[in-house]
Design a protein around this ligand. Structure first.
Ligand SMILES: Cc1cc2nc3c(=O)[nH]c(=O)nc-3n(C[C@H](O)[C@H](O)[C@H](O)COP(=O)(O)O)c2cc1C
Length: 313
């Protein structure tokens, strides 16, 4: 997720879950071909399985970028045909390409010819007023013939005029029935459902689920059975000691105790600017011990908050 996730975030999520397949945020072909490849593509081997997501609309450029992704050791390369932002529309890629299935097929074909790793596509259920099932069905049929076997469907129409990217993730209604029907019509394809999913559990009628915002705000929904948050914090403390900025690591961990009775204390300790600037990863252990301490029994919110303040001091 652009501006939210990065390799520190993926490393953290991997400590939480050994089962989840992780994805980079969208990286544009322009950024890779004219920018710092290492900065965009470097990742930790512990992140596997991990995919890189590309944004672009020029087959030759996408093929070159897919090659770079493969050379860096990613397990999959994904093409974004779902992003509605204006910046992306100006570059003529993202969700607006749903209206050009033949061009997307050319892109996928060129990428498939360039690499051995799977080439997958993430898209929407429709675009603007083109929101009937057959529009999406035609898109998937055309693109699958070019070699894509796995489709991630954000189950909402993309509305390119009048809605912000944020509204585009909330306003158009979710159409899970479209995604289930897609699987029925194309049983040989792998169809993954995205949009509003809050649990890492099978969804009837599709092959899998992709979680976006919930995975970021409440990462414990991805947790392996038997794993404890303390295990994760200890692993992250070790990891943070090898990174240049504790702040860059800790910011992704704010949701770790989401729903816990001392979640607020955790967030407050991990956002303490003075402590973060000292760059001492022991802050993570300290915060974990404060949150998990049994010093303060369960109590109503207000009294708890006072007790937490005492604890922090
Ligand atoms: C801040 C932010 C950035 C996002 N960036 C990307 C992106 O780079 N690539 C992508 O495919 N989707 C991106 N998305 C969309 C999510 O991946 C997902 O499709 C959408 O939020 C719906 O799923 P959810 O309800 O599980 O969050 C982004 C979403 C947010 C909130």
């Amino acid at each position: 997720m652009m501006d939210w996730t990065d390799r520190h975030c993926r490393y953290f999520l991997r400590q939480v879950s050994s089962r989840a397949f992780l994805y980079t945020e969208m990286i544009t072909t322009g950024a890779l071909l004219h920018g710092n490849v290492e900065r965009h593509l470097a990742f930790n081997v512990e992140e596997h399985p991990v995919a890189a997501q590309l944004g672009g609309s020029e087959p030759d450029e996408l093929a070159r970028c897919a090659k770079l992704v493969e050379q860096y050791g990613y397990d999959e390369v994904n093409l974004n045909i779902g992003c509605p932002s204006e910046r992306v529309q100006r570059g003529a890629f993202g969700a607006c390409l749903m209206a050009e299935p033949e061009l997307v097929a050319d892109c996928v074909r060129a990428m498939c010819e360039a690499v051995k790793i799977p080439v997958t596509v993430k898209h929407r259920t429709g675009l603007n007023a083109m929101d009937d099932f057959s529009f999406m069905g035609k898109f998937v049929e055309t693109v699958s013939k070019a070699g894509c076997r796995t489709f991630f469907v954000h189950a909402r129409n993309a509305v390119l005029k009048g809605l912000s990217p944020k509204e585009n993730r909330e306003v158009p209604p979710l159409k899970y029935d479209y995604v289930v029907r897609l699987k029925q019509d194309f049983p040989a394809l792998e169809i993954i459902l995205n949009g509003g999913i809050t649990k890492m559990e099978p969804f009837p009628g599709v092959d899998g689920v992709m979680l976006g915002r919930t995975a970021y705000h409440d990462p414990w929904v991805l947790a392996d059975p038997g794993k404890s948050r303390a295990d994760v914090v200890k692993a992250m403390t070790k990891y943070a000691s090898k990174q240049s900025s504790l702040r860059h690591v800790a910011r992704h961990m704010l949701g770790l105790y989401h729903g816990h009775r001392r979640a607020r204390l955790w967030r407050r300790m991990l956002s303490d600017a003075a402590r973060l600037s000292q760059n001492d990863p022991a802050l993570l252990l300290e915060a974990m011990e404060a949150v998990e301490s049994t010093k303060f029994p369960e109590m109503p919110d207000e009294r708890r908050s006072q007790a937490e303040q005492v604890e922090v001091r």
